[in-house]
Design a protein around this ligand. Structure first.
Ligand code: NAP
Length: 255
């Protein structure tokens, strides 16, 4: 299998802003071509696209909560790029729903939303992209964006923590089943990092406590997470297949 170190065809889900944007920029700066996927924020996704180094990138919209949407997204990305060598499963939702404060009907709806976007869309995109990688015959990489919350617990966001744990487990299963095809699969488990979505929490009353979670006294920048994603997608990282890489500034140490 000859996965190149650059010039690869990369699909990044949820790249309209936040970490997905930083990941798209990291691959583009590495000389790869990127399909910038978005769900609803077309203008922000266009801004991501316009900010990328190099040429040959493309924009792909689609609702990943719908299995047919995943088919359309992977099809459009592969057509525009001429195939797919790397998939980064970044798109996710994270909605507050502490059990004691959440009515049952809302609880059911929120859980279904997390499962369909965070877990099922990751599984569906992985299937669709990996089938193409297998047919291409040149190996590939899948990198999942998991979370520290899978290990530490998410009392106010339990469906988020549970679906991220499932994403880690899915990555490990696929790492085993896709290795014979030269496809390596790994996950990152970040702690808090500063994106538009979490800015109100960082600027609010709990901001100081969040910064204090890490002995570095800060949260991560998205580029610090993106650098690890880029490396896990590199030819040198084949032996890291199956890994779940903690990226949390020593804020949560697993044993
Ligand atoms: N920020 C943190 O502190 C933190 C910590 C650990 C892990 N993470 C994980 O890191 C990743 C990125 O986080 P972030 O803070 O950058 O989040 P974000 O800014 O909310 O970005 C989420 C992305 O997912 C897309 N998306 C959501 N639902 C979708 C759907 N149904 N169909 C298609 N796209 C959908 C959004 O698209 P549109 O905006 O275009 O709709 C957006 O591009 C997520 O997997 C998150 O769980 C974040």
């Amino acid at each position: 299998m000859n996965l190149p170190a650059s010039g690869r065809r990369v699909l990044v889900s949820g790249a309209s802003r936040g970490l997905g944007r930083a990941v798209a920029r990291a691959f583009a700066a590495n000389g790869d071509r990127v399909a910038v996927h978005f769900g609803s924020r077309a203008d922000e996704a266009r801004a991501t696209l316009d900010s990328l180094d190099g040429t040959g990138h493309t924009l792909v919209g689609g609702d990943l909560a719908d299995p047919a949407g995943a088919v359309a997204v992977v099809g459009a990305a592969a057509e525009a790029l001429g195939g797919i060598d790397v998939l980064v499963n970044n798109a996710a939702v994270n909605l507050r729903h502490p059990l004691a404060e959440t009515p049952y009907e809302e609880w059911v709806e929120v859980w279904q939303r997390h499962v369909s976007v965070n877990l099922l869309a990751t599984a569906n995109l992985s299937h669709l992209a990996a089938r193409r990688m297998i047919d291409q015959g040149s190996g590939g990489r899948i990198v999942n964006i998991g979370s520290r919350g899978a290990f530490r617990g998410e009392p106010d966001h339990p469906a988020y923590g549970a679906t991220k744990a499932a994403v880690h487990a899915l990555g490990q299963s696929l790492a085993v089943s896709l290795a014979p095809y030269g496809i390596a699969v790994a996950s990152v488990a970040p702690g808090f990092f500063a994106t538009e979505r979490v800015a109100p929490r960082l600027e609010g009353p709990e901001g100081a406590a969040i910064l204090g979670q890490s002995p570095f006294g800060r949260v991560a920048e998205p580029a610090e997470i993106a650098a690890a994603v880029l490396w896990l997608a590199s030819p040198a990282a084949e032996w890291s297949s199956g890994a779940i890489l903690d990226l949390n500034g020593a804020s949560h140490l697993r044993s």
